[in-house]
Write a protein that binds this ligand. Structure first.
Ligand code: AMP
Ligand code: MG
Length: 703
């Protein structure tokens, strides 16, 4: 289990008591709890910070929540160090060793240089610890690194090398330093980990741990920190790192936790080393989620009897907003997902000026009107194999499609327009400067928005995102949709059905429809017409999904428990929408989760899902409001309709005309299956005769 309820990042400090006013180089703690980013906490001393962490861990544990807590100093030392000091390879033994020796007070005064002297005395020759504020003090600690052999223990751990960390755990002074932070941090961790639920990665098994300590390093997301603009860098680091951990996606977090190379576990590891692109994308995700849906979000204006379809849609459009969190996913897995932020081109497309054809390149200023003869230079430019050097004036060079234009080339003449002789080519001028070439960035310049937030990513979008330099994309988590049928008469498909029973047609239809949309579905089965059973089903669905679709039981009859329950919870609205086929929709909130109570009749259930639930679900999923694209086609049928209700007919196109199913009977499931789309007839009175244009919406447009 890799999910955590909270992701916390601590920027530790070895300094003296920090000023009362939030300042850099003090202790900062950033945290994302249940997906909600907390204001970073500023702590002036290590003693205060330890008390804060201890209380935090206790609170999370008592609430049964799993906490991941990262610290920005090394948990271990290069191979051999811990054994030389303690006689054991277990880094946690060294934590306790330090814990017994390091002293710290409320002003932040501490004895770390004395302890480092003791440690240095255990190694022959100068070091390994070095760096101090005063050259005259602590004779056992070299002021500078020069002269330290690092023969018995290497200067850096494998993790430091992989993460390209600039500092070593043996460096105690001069920026950037982590050595002092570790000496002053490990004793605190040694105390905090005495609590049974706490485990330390990567030294201990963390599977069942309630609280997991990890080592992290803000350098992994330096680009995002730099762009953030927070005047206090440490605050930006903890805010963005906790955001990155919270949003990096469960699979990727698992991969990062598992990615500890063989044989170096005892040195400790920097979580995310080698996965920087993932963390960086996650760190750049938006920090602010819109507030949750309000309990009255389905309220209707008073006094309205039958609501026109467009008014109902406008209300939904106003009130639905994303309820899913952003996360980062590999580009290759991002098709069908909703883009969570604008995607900026990291690189121009094309990245360099190149040739659009096979031919010969030259400088346009070298040629004029009429016949041209140019000497050819040796060599050529091909895609991926550029021409080396600069083309001399008055010459031409062989170029192949996609090749970067060599220096001195701005124009290309097409193979077909050229005669080639020994070392020369001939063709007719003039040619426009830039002919047959593509300019850098002519498709998308670097820095432009390549794809906008809210897009449902298509295969072509992935091509574009890849071309402009992305490998990881910020998307919203998939919307989770729970689907529940209700009714005593409903039997499970494929099982024997008694008299008076009908098979559940809605559930398989709605489940597969929602899966086609790319949502995660939760099959809640079928609930009998029993208030307690329906209540329990709603309770379960609300914990497992972001939105609940139910069918049946949505009217006001004795056995319509769904609407009764929603009414009881105070958050139910009966939407009487002027549309056919349809019955009143029961819209409501159950434990903060929106419920769409659809009619039981499969034809009405599908139409109401496509027309109402679909756009609402996309808005909840972060894709904004999406109108299905219909178009006008000549009718292939005759129909008169009365004013008052908008009508949707099961339809398909044959021979350029919209034909409709032979029966409008709302029980005709075969007509749904026959149809390939819907014909939409306006709210008012209408007389459709063959050849008159009608609006046709293919099922494929309802995505
Ligand atoms: P109700 O909305 O519960 O009054 O149901 C309207 C009609 O739809 C009734 O004839 C129900 O039997 C039928 N119905 C309800 N749920 C389903 C379902 N899951 N599959 C097929 N028919 C259903
Ligand atoms: Mg029923």
């Amino acid at each position: 289990m890799t999910r955590f309820d909270s992701y916390t990042v601590v920027d530790w400090s070895a300094g003296l008591r920090a000023p009362a006013r939030p300042s850099p180089n003090a202790i900062w703690i950033g945290s994302v709890q249940d997906g909600v980013e907390q204001e970073p906490v500023y702590l002036r001393t290590r003693i205060e910070a330890e008390a804060w962490l201890s209380a935090f861990i206790e609170r999370e544990e008592q609430a049964g929540r799993r906490a991941l807590i990262g610290f920005d100093f090394p948990f271990g030392y290069p191979q051999g160090f811990v054994r030389a000091v303690t006689g054991s390879d277990d880094p946690l033994v060294f934590w306790d060793w330090l814990g017994e020796r390091i002293e710290d007070d409320a002003e932040g005064r501490n004895n770390r240089f004395d302890v480092a002297e003791t440690l240095n005395a255990m190694f022959t020759g100068p070091g390994p610890f070095w760096g101090k504020p005063n050259e005259a003090l602590w004779p056992e600690i070299p002021y500078r690194k020069a002269g330290i052999a690092f023969d018995r223990v290497p200067e850096r751990r494998q993790a430091d090398l992989r993460a390209q960390a600039s500092s070593s755990c043996f460096q105690l002074f001069f920026n950037p330093t982590v050595g002092s932070q570790a000496l002053m941090g490990l004793p605190m961790l040694s105390r905090l980990r005495r609590r049974a639920g706490v485990k330390v990665w990567p030294f201990e098994r963390i599977e069942d741990a309630q609280t997991v300590f990890i080592e992290i390093w803000p350098g992994l997301i330096e680009g995002a920190v730099k762009d953030d603009g927070d005047p206090i860098r440490d605050r930006a680091q903890v805010r963005l790192l906790s955001r990155a951990l919270a949003h990096v996606g469960e699979g990727e977090l698992r991969a990062m936790l598992d990615d500890v190379p063989d044989g170096v576990r005892q040195e400790g590891w920097i979580l995310g080393a080698g996965h920087e692109a993932h963390l960086m994308t996650a760190a750049r995700l938006p920090d602010l989620m819109p507030p949750p849906l309000r309990n009255d979000c389905f309220a209707l204006p008073a006094g309205v009897d039958w609501t026109p379809v467009d008014d109902a849609l406008a209300m939904l459009r106003d009130r639905m907003r994303p309820v899913v969190k952003p996360q980062s996913v590999p580009l290759f897995e991002a098709a069908g997902r909703v883009l969570a932020t604008d995607l900026i081109a990291l690189r121009s497309n094309p990245s360099h000026p190149n040739t659009a054809v096979d031919g010969y390149g030259f400088g346009a200023s070298d040629i004029g009107d009429g016949p041209q003869i140019l000497p050819l230079v040796q060599g050529r430019a091909a895609a991926g194999a550029p021409f080396v050097g600069e083309l001399p004036p008055g010459h031409a060079v062989r170029v192949l499609t996609g090749a970067d234009l060599p220096q001195g080339v701005d124009t290309v003449v097409l193979d077909e327009d050229v005669s080639v002789g020994e070392g020369r080519i001939a063709f007719h001028g003039p040619l426009k400067r830039g002919a047959n070439t593509r300019k850098a960035g002519e498709d998308v310049p670097a820095g432009d928005v390549a794809l906008s937030a809210g897009r449902i990513l298509t295969p072509a979008d992935l091509a574009l995102a890849a071309a402009v330099g992305h490998g990881i994309l910020p998307v919203f988590e998939r919307l989770r949709v729970a689907i529940l049928s209700t009714g005593d008469e409903i039997a499970e498909p494929g099982t024997p059905a008694g008299t008076g029973q009908i098979y559940d047609a809605n559930r398989p239809m709605l489940l597969s429809l929602c899966r086609d949309f790319g949502f995660d579905t939760v099959d809640m089965g079928c609930a009998r017409d029993d208030r307690e059973i329906v209540r329990r089903a709603l309770e379960r669905a609300a914990t497992q999904a972001d939105v609940i679709l139910t069918s049946g039981g949505a009217s006001a009859g004795d056995e319509d428990h769904l609407s009764a329950l929603l009414r009881e919870s105070g958050a139910m609205q009966e939407w009487r929408i002027a549309l056919k086929p349809g019955r009143p929709l029961a819209l409501g909130m159950w434990d903060g989760t929106p419920v769409f109570g659809l009619p039981g009749n499969p034809v009405a259930a599908l139409v109401c899902t496509l027309i109402f639930a679909r756009p609402a679900m996309w808005a909840l999923a972060g894709a904004g409001w999406r109108e299905p694209q219909g178009f006008d086609v000549p009718a292939g049928f005759e129909k008169r309709k009365k004013p008052g209700r908008r009508e949707y007919l099961r339809a398909r196109i044959r021979n350029g005309r919209a034909e409709v199913f032979k029966s409008e009977g709302s029980g005709r499931i075969s007509g749904l299956s026959w149809a390939e789309g819907l014909v939409e007839l306006p709210d008012g009175e209408a007389h459709v005769s063959p050849g008159v244009p009608v609006r046709y919406i293919p099922f494929g447009s309802f995505f």
